[in-house]
Design a protein around this ligand. Structure first.
Ligand code: NAP
Length: 485
């Protein structure tokens, strides 16, 4: 299958934090791939910006190394050099007054050049950065800004950040990034739901038994312990990534695939979420498995009560989902790295095959990683003679197999989202009110366990999480799906 790549308009993209981990691992290698695909044209420019003193040559050397380490496995050397020739570097302090004139003179004022600023600097300089861009005349009304997570630490800080950004930029200029929304499968979720007649009629409390959303990681938190220990799995993963997945699964069909129509529907889902009782939440913290450090060692805080794992059951109070449980879980240092949304349908109301035929449920599994794709579990007759024995088999649609190498080529979420920024398409970015609504649901849960002084349950590194997480779902007569890479 040949994909049609449409080049985006020429752009000047300034990456504040252009020397940071995210820029080196994701943003710059991603842009390189778009360059190789012909989507980013040679008349575009990328300007790295950070406080560090560095000239253009040193910056290009740094990016060359980043592409070698994190870029496509096979890169033509001449393509790398062509890409690097689009790169510049300016030393500028987002909070101070130095460097802004240099940055201004590095940007083109010609009509038709899209100008975007990627805020990849961590939370503390964000407000000043927005202010400085306006003060120094870099932010005209067509400019776009991309804001990385975390977007606030709670509702109050998210609201304050929204207000600060709104003083300098219109909402239509602000792209709050959640890279989960850039994943091929996540967008395919909307295509499958709203592009087929097959699923939508069954997509409700009458036919769906429950939904599971799992984001399991094998990595721990070493290296980002000081940030993570103030955050925890709820803030770091549930409030944003799992919430976004929940919205896409649960939302009503938007009238059009346009930014506000989609985001209006997602917002309604968040606002319809019930508060969660404390006994429907299990928090965990990984312990050492001998080979690797424990959570507390990783964050260098022997008394930490922050969770590296969370599982919870929640309900959406609306007509479509009344009384349908949504089980969410995410954690670090688990047995496998796997992200999946599973829509578990109800059993047939009556089995014509008798009591020995077993319990069979159709499950639509939407895998975000690894091997992005979807599988629909269906029940069929076990082949061979000997009567009517039933067996569940998967109807598999792994994108890489179904769509060929193009699916692999188009895989990374960041590059897709950056191209959307350049195209001016906000559909896959969070609106300010969505972020605030997500915090408004999350805050009382966090305040609850902080007030009670709850400690997370220990779990073995390399396991599936604490035993209580299994109990959370087993007591409802259901089971977690196996975490499997
Ligand atoms: P990082 O490795 O610590 O890099 C931070 C970057 O910001 C550096 O280039 C730093 O360079 C620059 N910077 C810091 N303060 C600055 C200032 N006042 N003015 C100008 N530049 C400044 O952080 P990161 O991991 O790349 O993360 C960047 C953002 O992405 C954070 O908001 C993070 O939460 C988010 N994020 C990261 C990841 C990831 O995998 N790394 C994933 C998701 C989200 P100088 O020190 O030279 O100024």
């Amino acid at each position: 299958m040949v994909s049609r790549v449409i080049p985006v308009d020429p752009f000047d993209l300034v990456i504040f934090g252009g020397t940071g981990d995210l820029a080196r691992r994701k943003i710059l290698p991603g842009l390189f791939r778009r360059f190789c695909a012909g989507q980013m044209t040679r008349d575009s420019r990328i300007i790295g910006a950070a406080r560090g003193d560095m000239d253009e040559t040193a910056y290009r050397d740094m990016v060359r190394e980043a592409i070698a380490e994190f870029g496509p496995s096979r890169s033509e050397a001449c393509a790398v050099e062509d890409f690097l020739s689009c790169l510049g570097y300016v030393s500028v302090d987002a909070r101070g007054d130095d460097g802004w004139c240099d940055l201004k003179s590095a940007l083109r004022e010609e009509e038709g050049i899209v100008r975007a600023f990627y805020f990849s600097v961590g939370p503390s300089p964000l407000k000043k950065l927005a202010e400085r861009l306006r003060q120094h005349g870099l932010a005209h009304d067509e400019v776009r800004i991309v804001v990385e997570k975390p977007f606030g630490h709670n509702l109050a800080s998210a609201r304050a950040l929204n207000e600060e950004l709104a003083r300098h930029f219109d909402e239509s200029q602000i792209y709050r990034i959640d890279h989960y929304l850039g994943k091929e499968t996540v967008q395919n979720l909307m295509a499958v739901r709203f592009g087929n007649m097959l699923f939508e009629p069954l997509w409700n409390a009458q036919y769906v038994d429950h939904i599971q959303i799992t984001v399991a990681e094998t990595v721990g938190v070493s290296g980002r312990g000081s940030y993570y220990d103030k955050s925890g799995a709820m803030r770091d993963m549930v409030q944003n990534h799992l919430m976004q997945l929940l919205c896409l699964i649960a939302m009503e069909p938007p009238a059009r695939f346009d930014p506000d129509a989609v985001r209006d529907e997602k917002l309604k889902v968040i606002r319809a979420l019930d508060p969660v009782d404390p006994d429907q939440i299990v928090r965990g913290q990984y312990t050492s498995d001998g080979a690797m450090a424990s959570y507390r060692e990783d964050v260098e805080n022997a008394a930490s009560k922050t969770e590296s794992f969370i599982a919870l059951k929640c309900y959406i109070s609306n007509w479509r989902w009344a009384n349908t449980p949504f089980y969410l879980r995410t954690g670090k240092r688990l047995s496998d790295r796997a992200s999946e949304i599973a829509v578990v349908f109800k059993e047939t109301p009556h089995s014509i095959f008798g009591i020995d035929s077993g319990r069979h449920r159709n499950v639509l599994s939407i895998r975000l990683q690894p091997n992005e794709g979807m599988t629909l579990g269906v029940t069929i007759k076990e082949p061979g003679p000997g009567g009517m024995r039933l067996v569940d088999v998967p109807l598999d649609m792994t994108f890489a197999e179904a769509l060929g190498p193009d699916a692999e080529e188009a895989a990374d979420a960041y590059e897709r989202l950056i191209m959307d920024v350049i195209r001016g398409n906000q559909t896959l970015f969070m609106r300010g009110d969505e972020v605030e609504a997500a915090w408004a649901w999350t805050d009382p849960l966090i305040e609850g366990w902080e007030r009670r002084g709850d400690s997370p349950k220990p779990y073995d590194a390399g396991s599936a999480g604490p035993d209580d997480a299994a109990f959370l779902i087993n007591r409802d007569g259901r089971r977690w799906r196996r975490i499997k890479s």
